[in-house]
Design a binder for this molecule. Structure first.
Ligand code: MG
Ligand code: ZN
Length: 218
């Protein structure tokens, strides 16, 4: 019985997510759903991405957090349209919340919408929001054993950003193990090693998301 209820919620979300997807399609907006644990570096990655791409792409951001508008304030400081969604306890964004957030934008003026999901390695991966790609970021401080322990997010993501690689000398992080597990749960996963602190590897990511966005707009 309980399983039925959960399934029903996910199906109802699927309907709204596909309405969002249709709207994004009509408006030529490329949408990335950025997921990862609290502290993985989601907002910092967004700030770097905005600084790199804002001259050539019209970017908007939806920030999902349980409470506070701290992340939206950081993003809005880069002078791009930003909406903060406070879930008030829910540990993920769903299609309906994102649809509500869209009212804060002029969709005709946006090429790239990045949705920063609530910091959480689990259920954000279960809820479609109408995105083109799910992107996940994880930091080396979270450990090399996470792909098999939390497989869903790795499975549904198109790209995996491994952040804070500047800290590797101080950690017992087994890169081979991590990559092996990640490819085991998702052989199509594109893995990029990055450091938002030093900037290492970020050009790969910038190129990837810029290409996806350009393809969408043309
Ligand atoms: Mg954040
Ligand atoms: Zn949740």
């Amino acid at each position: 019985m309980e399983i039925k209820v959960v399934k029903h919620i996910l199906e109802a979300n699927e309907v709204i997510a596909s309405q969002n997807r249709k709207l994004f399609e009509e408006k030529g907006i490329y949408v990335a759903n950025l997921m990862g644990s609290p502290g993985a570096g989601k907002t910092t990655l967004l700030e770097k991405t905005i600084e790199k791409l804002k001259e050539t792409k019209s970017i908007a951001v939806i920030e999902g957090d349980i409470e506070t508008s701290r992340d939206a304030e950081r993003i809005a400081a880069h002078a791009i349209p930003t909406v903060q969604i406070n879930t008030g306890g829910a540990c993920h964004l769903d299609g309906n919340m994102v649809r509500g957030g869209l009212e804060g934008f002029d969709l005709d003026q946006i090429d790239l919408l990045i949705v920063e999901n609530v910091g959480n390695l689990v259920c954000p991966a279960e809820f479609e929001i109408g995105e083109n790609d799910k992107a996940m970021i994880i930091s080396v401080t979270e450990g090399d054993d996470k792909p098999e322990k939390y497989p869903l997010m790795f499975q549904v993501s198109s790209v995996l950003l491994l952040n804070k690689i500047d800290l590797l000398p101080y950690l017992d992080f087994d890169m081979e193990r991590f990559q092996g597990e990640a490819f085991k749960v998702n052989p199509r996963l594109k893995i990029m090693n990055i450091s938002c602190k030093t900037g290492e590897g970020l050009d790969n990511w910038f190129r990837w998301i810029e290409e996806r966005t350009s393809k969408k707009g043309s």
